[in-house]
Design a protein around this ligand. Structure first.
Ligand SMILES: [Zn+2]
Length: 211
């Protein structure tokens, strides 16, 4: 599929990222999904995203497709986009989101469940917080909102979207018992944010403040 000239390059970046996340242990049992925003010349395509239900260890560029603003594959592509495409598109409606990464690590699943009633996880005092865009000290307070999980992605996106608007310095959120979404201005930023949060989730889980 050639949505535009450079599509393969974007598809390869997405596939590399998916294999990396799988190697890190964040993508069990064909779960998780990854995307990058496509440039304006690819319109009406919005992003390049991984297809549904494939082992991420074996995911290459031919399993990445372009979708439009409704989450439909471009150019009659027969690949089925990730079931969670609507959440990626919700994030691409925000400014400064160039890549969206979604993982299912055990730490994210466990902590998001035990802290669901609180509605967020709070991170403070960790040096690695400085890996987040715009943060240059460890003694700040970074919140990761937690939303209830659902199998209805349209309903989930409608629930989450208005609640993210007022959180300017927001880098991600958790779905309870499910996993982590992070984003960044670029794919490099998003990958760094993912590493920061996965690391901090493991720290918090080891510390054991969350039940
Ligand atoms: Zn998921």
């Amino acid at each position: 599929m050639n949505t535009f000239r450079d599509f393969k390059r974007y598809a390869e970046q997405v596939a590399d990222t998916a294999r990396w996340a799988a190697r890190m242990g964040w993508a069990p049992a064909t779960s998780t999904n990854y995307s990058v925003r496509l440039p304006d010349e690819a319109a009406p395509a919005i992003c390049a995203i991984t297809m549904s239900g494939i082992e991420k260890e074996r995911l290459y560029a031919d399993s990445v497709l372009a979708v439009d603003g409704d989450g439909l594959p471009m150019n009659g592509n027969l690949l089925r986009p990730s079931a969670e495409t609507l959440l990626h598109l919700m994030l691409y409606r925000r400014k400064n989101v160039g890549a969206v990464l979604h993982t299912h690590s055990m730490a994210a699943a466990m902590l998001s469940r035990s802290a669901e009633v609180t509605g967020h996880l709070s991170f403070s005092g960790w040096e690695l917080l400085k890996g987040l865009d715009g943060i240059d000290r460890h003694d700040c307070d970074v919140r990761l909102p937690i939303f209830p999980n659902s199998q209805d992605m349209a309903q989930l996106a409608a629930h989450i979207e208005p609640r993210l608007l007022d959180t300017e310095a927001c880098y991600g959120f958790l779905l309870a018992g499910h996993g982590l979404y992070v984003w960044g201005k670029t794919l490099t930023d998003a990958k760094r944010h993912l590493e920061v949060f996965e690391y901090l989730l493991q720290c918090e889980r080891a510390v054991g403040h969350h039940g």
